[in-house]
Ligand binder design. Sequence first.
Ligand code: GTP
Ligand code: MG
Length: 136
Amino acid sequence: TQRTLVLLKPDAVRRGLTGEIISRIERKAGWRITALELRALGQETLEQHYGEHQGKPFYEPLVEFMSSGPVVALIVEGERVIEGLRALAGPTDPIAAAPGSIRGDYGVIVRENLIHASDSEESAEREVKIFFPGRA
Ligand code: GTP
Ligand code: MG
């Protein structure tokens, strides 16, 4: 069994979509939410989390957006949950995301795409340590 780090981004919190998104996660049989916290992200946390994108043209706007309001951070555990949550979220660009996925149903533009989910077991372990150091 796997675990993954999920962030409901500031647009999800502002638009009142966190309950809807959390419901979709809870409905998935065999998955469990094992940590959940509403919090504001500082520059240091964001640099750690999105460090792989430093230097890219979208990095500064991404960090600015991610610090524009609180996020909801979760750990979700279950069978193939990393792959599953990426599928539930849909592709990065909401325009390319199929209806039925979170980004396909609610996403507007690529920066404001509602949700982050770890993209590999390695990323998941790294990101859990950043957001929930006690759960490492
Ligand atoms: P995350 O779960 O947030 O990591 O999204 P992802 O894994 O689907 O995408 P990726 O890690 O490649 O990019 C991180 C975030 O940067 C995305 O969710 C977008 O918000 C933003 N982003 C990625 N690519 C672009 C881009 O080409 N343009 C802009 N404006 N933003 C981008
Ligand atoms: Mg990513």
